[in-house]
Design a protein around this ligand. Sequence first.
Ligand code: SF4
Length: 291
Amino acid sequence: MKWNELPYEMPEYDESQDTLIRQSTIGQMQLCPGRVKWVDHPEHLDMLSEPLVFGTCVHEIIANHLLEGKLQEKMLLSMDVWIEQLLVDDYDWTLKKVPLVRDFFSEIAVAYRSWVTHVEPTLDSKQIIAVEQRQLMYLGEGNSGNIFLHGTADLVFSNLLMDWKTSRRAWKQQKADFSIQASLYMPLHKQTLEVSIQEFWFWVFNRGAGVWSLLKTTRTTDQIDAALATALEYGRQIEAKAFPCTPVPEASFNKQRGWYCKPKFCSAWNVCDSKFMNDGINEKEIAVRSW
Ligand code: SF4
């Protein structure tokens, strides 16, 4: 499928035979396809980390603010309730296992209040057409079924897409310019909401400095078409269960293990049989899920 052909008549998604792909799965596959291979294995450790949960909590309170159109005082006062619920539902974790809970809550409150002060006033609410709406798009045929892309933009305006990010450090412009999320969400929303948008704004909360910064990026039609072809290829790879492991980044000439192929960073570490490299890392170490 190509940008100029959108929107088109889509086949219905059939759970029994079709394959779903999202931009975060492509990110994992680009590091090492093995990270996706074992997701359903009983010993696979579902992703959990403080930065991941922090980002989810900030998204949650901002989404509620946008949907209700008002300050979320109640959420600020009841973090122990809704964050506990979110931890249990999304991460099979609990607040009792979170060290320095007060600091964690207070940093979420800072991120949210700073968003209310510095980001919200810049938003043109009349142009908003969707808040956190999940979208689904047909990408093309696979071998046994069809390949679909799904994703949820934080905010869709009639002329641009917007996403909130949280990070320990400031983002570089390149990160926005190379984001496959931006490239894929443009055609996704052209297909589903019939909006022709080639601009994406990332609002990034820098946790070190406690400030939100704006990074704007655009895509050409060729870049979007290339991202659609990439997503389709990865979808076909998932459908075919073709997951060649790459513990070493392909571009590396010194054959060093990638940072991501370590017990702390790979959820598949305990089940993966492709991690053995004789490079000084103890491959018998058992990874545990920790904050
Ligand atoms: S342990 Fe290494 S090789 Fe295995 S899936 Fe994880 S990143 Fe890939």
